[in-house]
Design a protein around this ligand. Structure first.
Ligand code: COA
Length: 328
């Protein structure tokens, strides 16, 4: 990367208290704990309380990231919230978060890249800091997928959960921080994973609600194939841009959609499971929150040491993908 070296100064995560277990899902749709665990690796997910919206989850994660970084909210120049479940169409969840935090001088905007959103957000924020335009940025991945999940559809309702993860970015010493970003999109796959209703194409109406167009639609088999292909490709390309090889990876922090997708990425990168943060069993897929929550847990649990080389990699609706190599 050109410009000033930029890295992560602090991370934080928040997951709502309520757990939705496979056993509970067995009472809601025709499924079984055995099927869910063997096909996805997921055992439970967190569900936001009725009074919680995405910005509330984002706020909790942000407070922890700011404390870890030793930065106060009024020092922030920029807030980016990656989400597909904003509190409302507008104002942006980033603006709502800016107000909650009291980050008075920060510019704020939301970013829509589904499960790849956090990595897209990191790339954006890192660019602003690398040029010297900004000093500190807060990047949040936050989603309340329970609000857009159809709990009568067994193909999707077993997968998703709610949560938020945050990172404060700033300048770091030479030789540390982000080494590369690899972002990509393939809009031709947009119909594989989407919410059709409620936008300008198909405004919310009694008909869109009756047809359940306000819920996530997914072609799981096709998304699975795409994910397996793109996770390895994106990680390898990010490594190549950073001038590193697979053998240089100390920790992989992948998007947590399905244990089988993560295992295929590990195979492709020749990595053992202990070089990978896996929490899909406890949270399911939290979309933009998955990678920053996994990263925050890796830091909290002492899996990340100074000088370690991390690869973050994810994929999602759009279709989109993103990977980054950074030296901690
Ligand atoms: N419980 C029991 N059976 C289920 C089920 C459930 N919760 N969900 C689907 N099935 C059934 C299907 O109806 C299908 O039955 P059929 O063959 O009679 O039609 C059968 O299980 C097998 O379905 P298949 O799609 O082949 O399963 P799979 O091994 O591909 O696993 C997913 C399904 C969704 C877990 C998997 O495709 C996946 O993880 N895809 C990626 C999803 C993803 O990552 N999305 C988010 C992107 S950010």
């Amino acid at each position: 990367m050109n410009g000033f070296p930029v890295g992560i100064l602090g991370t934080g995560m928040y997951a709502p208290e309520r757990r939705l277990t496979n056993q509970e899902l067995e009472t809601m749709v025709e499924t079984s704990d055995e099927w869910i665990v063997s096909r996805t690796g997921i055992r439970e997910r967190r569900i936001a309380a009725p009074e919680q919206a995405t910005s509330d989850l984002a706020y909790e994660a942000s407070l922890k990231a700011l404390a870890a970084a030793g930065i106060s909210a009024d020092q922030l120049d920029l807030i980016i919230v990656a989400t597909i479940t904003p509190d409302m169409f507008f104002p942006s969840t980033a603006c709502i978060l800016q107000e909650k935090l009291g980050a008075k001088k920060a510019a704020a905007f939301d970013l829509s890249a589904a499960c790849s959103g956090f990595i897209y957000g990191l790339a954006n924020a890192a660019g602003f800091i690398a040029t010297g335009a900004y000093q500190y940025a807060l990047v949040v991945g936050a989603d309340c997928l329970s609000r857009i999940t159809d709990y009568t559809d067994r193909n999707t309702c077993i997968l998703f959960g709610d949560g938020a993860g945050a990172a404060v970015l700033g300048r770091v010493p030479e030789g540390r921080g982000f080494r590369s970003f690899e972002l990509g999109a393939d809009g031709s796959g947009g119909e594989l994973l989407n919410i059709r209703g409620g936008g300008s194409r198909l405004p919310a109406s009694e008909k869109t609600i009756a047809e359940r167009n306000h819920y996530i639609y997914m072609n799981g088999r096709e998304v699975f194939k795409f994910a397996v292909r793109v996770m390895g490709n994106a990680a390898e390309e990010a490594l190549r841009k950073a001038g590193l090889g697979k053998e240089d990876i100390d920790l992989l922090v992948p998007h947590q959609a399905n244990i089988r997708i993560i295992q295929s990425a590990l195979e492709r990168l020749n990595l053992p499971e202990d070089k990978c943060l896996i929490n899909v069993d406890r949270y399911g897929n939290m979309s933009a929150a998955s990678i920053p929550v996994a990263l925050a847990e890796a830091v909290e649990e002492g899996h990340v040491r100074e000088g370690d080389r991390l690869v973050l990699v994810g994929f999602g609706g759009g279709l989109t993908w993103g990977a980054s190599v950074l030296v901690w």
